[in-house]
Design a protein around this ligand. Structure first.
Ligand SMILES: Nc1ncnc2c1ncn2[C@@H]1O[C@H](COP(=O)(O)OS(=O)(=O)O)[C@@H](OP(=O)(O)O)[C@H]1O
Length: 443
């Protein structure tokens, strides 16, 4: 037997047959050529998302999460409004798509918002005994009892907050046209001077004008602010959510998130999505206007800032409390280690921007984006910016880059088509974004 193995291996080695040796060299040559080809492009492997090739050069010691942990694939992200939540959603869409995860998708673009979430708002929901979903992340108003009906027990719940003042500016500009409180006020300053005189809490979409975060977490934004109420709200959120991120410290948030989820670095690298720029005056020239000149005036005096904080006191308490716990988390993580990982994340983002994007990675107005399929949806009195893809990329690189910049609406359509191959194809018609009452569904 031993002799047989010896004989055959000797034969296979080709030492006694020169043509076999040549064949071996040819195969080796082909393999090397294939590898070299990959090294000249951004190759993003579907499952690991780790690059191969020159991109790895300066980042060859990418920070790793402990090899003992297993990546989380059961996730609930409470997509709060105007908090960079679309950027987070893009990461979840990418990760879910690459790993074949099952999303709880809405029928349109929101899961029944602003009504408290109900499982029947999930597209294709087939009742209690249906399989659970891996990821739920579209806009919804949090309702724990309903949410947990369709999610796995080990689901990781997380969300994101933003300073209520900058959130108010973003919300005012974006929702100005559909929120009666904002529409009546005209400018954010006028609104801040006397919010109560414009606010009719019972009117549709008025919730965008006060304690929007508190509302998204499923609580009453118009309740009297008492210590007890705030304490109860915080306790409930802490009980339900394992991690609360902050949009002002987005990169630090991503480092904490990736360690909590045991995800690779590339899974949390992103470009700023849904960024606002102000519209030119009606009838003004399309180009050449001063982008810094807002039509919807969101400038505030120090006194108005103070009043707006008071008006959004519940959100302010929420933000302050979770800001404190965020920095406690960072201290536990290690401030130096955090700085290093943030630097690596930023370097990787710059690298990807260089490969994927035109205009040095700066976001541009939708009408400057050649590919209509990646123009961001426009809403309200601001211009929502998007990205232009670099030309001449190979197919794999184009696909990897597209994933990073594909706007929320189009990405949802794409996942929808994958999850429901037999349902009606998407119609790219802006009217589809309106619900039965004519309210813009995504807004
Ligand atoms: N990475 C990162 N870091 C910091 N800020 C970011 C980031 N990504 C998005 N943004 C800002 O978030 C605002 C959009 O928030 P959302 O995507 O949650 O809006 S929406 O409710 O889904 O319409 C929007 O804010 P404004 O530009 O002030 O409106 C974005 O610029």
């Amino acid at each position: 037997m031993g002799l047989l193995i010896g004989e055959s291996s000797d034969r296979l080695s080709g030492y006694r047959r020169p043509w076999l040796r040549w064949l071996g060299w040819v195969i080796l040559g082909l393999l090397v050529a294939g590898f070299a080809r990959q090294c000249t492009s951004l190759y993003l492997n579907n499952s690991s998302l780790q690059p191969v090739g020159p991109l790895e050069g300066p980042l060859s010691v990418l920070p790793r999460v402990p090899e003992t942990c297993r990546p989380h694939t059961h996730l609930m992200f409470l997509k709060t409004h105007k908090t960079a939540s679309s950027t987070v959603l893009n990461m979840l869409y990418r990760f879910g798509e690459e790993h074949g995860l099952h999303f709880a998708l809405p029928m349109g673009y929101i899961l029944g918002y602003p009504f408290p979430f109900n499982v029947h708002r999930i597209k294709g929901y087939r009742g209690n005994r249906a399989a659970k979903y891996d990821i739920m992340a579209n806009h919804l108003r949090f309702n724990k009892d309903e949410v947990q009906k369709v999610l796995h027990e080990d689901t990781f719940y997380f969300s994101i907050l933003r300073d209520p003042l900058s959130l108010a500016k973003s919300s005012f500009a974006y929702f100005h046209d559909i929120c009666p409180t904002f529409r009546k006020a005209g400018s954010l300053g006028a609104f801040a001077d006397s919010p109560g005189s414009f606010h009719k809490a019972h009117l549709r979409n008025s919730h965008y004008a006060r304690n929007l975060l508190w509302f998204d977490f499923g609580m009453d934004p118009n309740a009297n602010v008492t210590q007890e109420l705030v304490r109860e709200g915080l306790v409930t959120i802490r009980k339900n959510f394992k991690l609360i991120l902050l949009s002002e410290y987005f990169d630090q948030s991503m480092v904490l998130l990736r360690h909590a989820l045991c995800w690779p670095l590339d899974a949390v690298v992103s470009f700023t999505l849904n960024k606002a720029h102000y519209r030119p005056p009606k009838g003004g020239p399309e180009d050449g206007f001063d982008l810094r000149q807002p039509v919807v005036n969101v400038s505030l005096t120090p006194a108005q800032r103070e009043k707006l904080r008071e008006w959004n006191a519940l959100d302010w308490h929420l933000y302050q409390a979770f800001n404190r716990s965020f920095w406690e988390d960072v201290r536990r993580f290690g401030p130096e280690r955090m700085d290093q990982e943030v630097a690596q994340l930023r370097a990787r983002r710059d690298q990807l921007a260089g490969v994927c994007l035109l205009k040095a990675g700066e976001p541009v107005e939708a009408h400057h984006i050649g590919d209509k399929d990646i123009r961001p949806y426009q809403c309200g009195s601001v211009r929502i910016l998007g990205y232009e893809l670099q030309q001449g990329l190979d197919n794999a690189t184009t696909e990897a880059c597209l994933r990073l910049i594909r706007p929320e609406i189009q990405y949802k359509d794409l996942l929808d088509a994958k999850q429901f191959p037999r349902s009606q194809p998407s119609i790219r018609d802006p009217a589809r974004k309106l619900d039965v009452n004519g309210v813009i569904e995504k807004c």
